[in-house]
Design a protein around this ligand. Sequence first.
Ligand code: NAD
Ligand code: IPM
Ligand code: MN
Length: 373
Amino acid sequence: MVDISCGRISSPKGKSVRSYEIALYPGDGIGIDVTIEAAKTLHTAAERTGFCIETTEFDWGHRYWKKTGITAPEDFLSVLMGFDAVFLGAVGDPANLPDHITLAPLIRMRQQFDQYACVRPAKLLPGVDSPLAGRNSGEIDLVVVRENSEGEYADAGGILKTGTPDEVAAQTALHTRKGVERILRYGFELARKRRKNLAMATKSNAMKYGMVMWDRVLEEIQGDYPDVTAEKFHIDALCMHFVRCPERFDVVVASNLFGDILSDLGGAITGSLGLAPSANINPERRAPSLFEPVHGAAPDIAGQGIANPIAAIRSAAMMLDFLGETQAAEIIDSAVCSNLRDGRVRTPDLGGTSTTVEVGDDIAARIATQTGY
Ligand code: NAD
Ligand code: IPM
Ligand code: MN
């Protein structure tokens, strides 16, 4: 399906109109519902600020598996390579297919496209209550920077004598010096633009090879960023600090698995996983970057039309920002804040009774009409 939305385009002679081709990969469960709302806001923002968005939708995931027996075509990465960015809803349908099969294309994309910087902001927005007592909007404002290309998710391992009492499973984490150094430097650069504090997750008290190397690389490079304070925390204590004193964190750099865990926690302490956006970035822009909410396909609420679309909508704003459409990204973020501040149209995870579509429509209407841009 191809849908083209062109906005109020003022195209001075000789200058081409800004135009982006986006691959939509809605996936499964609530991924499908929230992608529709994210696409709606993308098209409205494009119309408002004057650029073209062309979206091409792929039915990969469980729907494609039902037709073909596989969840995505063999050449799906070369298909995606031609796009400016990829937007994914969520994949996973554990009642019908084992997760490690449905999710394999997502992990393959992150690794093959070298989307090594997974950026997951966790900010307490206006009008949203944190489950932590006494926190006001803006008081929690951190970004998890997750290493996204290797570590615990490296495809290194094997299984022997499956299903027998002698079964052996090996799963090896692979941390490369290059991989650790580049994600730490990414975190330091981001911290420089923010409150100049970097916290690194470690577990070098028990994982004496990989995590000890993480510690060492941090020590070696932190001198290059004298304006940023850097500290490290064991992951168990860091989870506790996220609950006890999240306001003390600014940029939090973590390995693939630790960053995955911290980012769900970040969503929870800032009011709902249904608000938490993410970007999987290839900073060198040699391949498309991927934008998706932090949450999954949520089979417990799939098909009910009540998923919060805001995480997906904010991920779409991160995509526009990455593509250089900063004004459109700001308009979307501001429309989301205005919806939340107003508080009348919200999904049940935030205590409301509205549907996914009603929230998407409300935010799209605010994008179209709000003043000040
Ligand atoms: P999940 O994130 O799908 O859901 C966790 C809980 O949060 C559920 O109670 C769910 O209802 C709630 N929730 C999530 N998103 C919400 C939203 N937008 N609005 C309101 N409530 C929301 O995690 P899970 O249950 O562990 O995983 C379900 C499936 O999704 C599994 O197949 C899993 O592997 C997959 N998954 C995919 C991704 C991805 O595609 N990036 C991410 C996480 C999980
Ligand atoms: C996420 C998800 C994925 C991950 C799963 C679905 C493979 O939890 O994007 O946070 O662990 O990276
Ligand atoms: Mn996750």
